[in-house]
Design a protein around this ligand. Structure first.
Ligand code: 13P
Length: 270
């Protein structure tokens, strides 16, 4: 039975909204975006907003950003701290620049062949360097039509968390992103997302116990828009959103952030 203490409940009450810009926006556009967003979003104590620009913009944004307002995330990094790895950036080099890092995004897994072993090494590297990894997991359309969703989530979760102790688990964020819903405009049904999130929490409970499962931060991502954000956020067990296309425009993204505010009239009421 999952028990949520008051303290854990308070931590979960803070929604996490991450904008993954992927390979979009140059340094100038990124800076302008941040300027605009900081004007649009004034007070969001109950929402943690994280921006994941391309690696090129990270350093300049880290100098521009007010960390009480927004945090930064890397979209990718290599798991070794240093060495002869041409073209790579390490978590130790990102330390102090980002607070979060995406790990195992479906585009990394399916376009660049990233394996659960890579994910596991990256998760450990992020935690070792004081960066919160956001482990992305999710089934493909093929997995889904072959009733493999549960197995895929199980394997990706076990693989990604293999090096993480129960003490370190609070540093980790899990993002459920069904691959077929990423960048396609296809909306996952609320009931299916709810089920998948329950499976993820059950798996965490099996690995780390009920308290850890209750306090784990689990996000949803995949074609989320201003229209669908509040519905996904209102699902039990969903602690936030990982947004791609809809985060590319500061105004649209700010509207999604507003839907995560508890007091907002745009938020879904219980
Ligand atoms: P879209 O919101 O564009 O589907 O992308 C989701 C995603 O991949 C976020 O990481």
């Amino acid at each position: 039975m999952i028990n949520i203490s008051d303290k854990q409940q308070m931590a979960q009450d803070k929604k996490l909204i991450i904008g993954n810009w992927k390979m979009n926006l140059d340094m100038h556009e990124a800076s302008l975006y941040l300027h605009k967003l900081s004007k649009l979003i004034k007070n969001h104590r109950d929402v943690e907003v994280v921006l994941a620009p391309t690696v090129l913009s990270l350093q300049s944004l880290s100098l521009q950003v007010n960390l009480r307002q927004f945090k930064l995330a890397a979209q990718n990094f290599y798991w070794r701290d240093m060495g002869a790895y041409t073209g790579e950036v390490s978590a130790s080099q990102l330390r102090g620049i980002v607070q979060y890092a995406l790990v195992g995004h479906s585009e990394r897994r399916h376009v660049f062949g990233e394996t659960d072993k890579d994910v596991c090494n990256k998760v450990a590297a992020a935690v070792r360097n004081g960066i919160r990894p956001v482990i992305c997991i999710g089934e493909t359309a093929w997995d889904r039509s072959n009733n493999e969703t549960q197995d895929v989530l199980h394997d990706q979760l076990i693989g990604g968390l293999a090096n993480i102790t129960s003490e370190e688990l609070s540093q980790v964020v899990i993002a459920y992103e069904p691959v077929w819903a990423v960048g396609t405009g296809q909306n996952a049904l609320l009931g299916d997302v709810r089920l998948a999130i329950m499976m993820i929490r059950k798996q965490i409970e099996n690995l780390y116990g009920a308290t850890a499962a209750a306090s784990a931060q689990v996000l949803y991502g995949g074609s989320v828009t201003t229209d669908s954000a509040a519905d996904y956020l209102a699902l039990p067990g969903v602690d936030g959103l990982l947004i791609g296309a809809a985060s590319l425009n500061a105004y649209v993204f700010s509207e999604i952030i507003k839907r995560a505010h508890k007091g907002s009239t745009l938020a879904k009421k219980d």
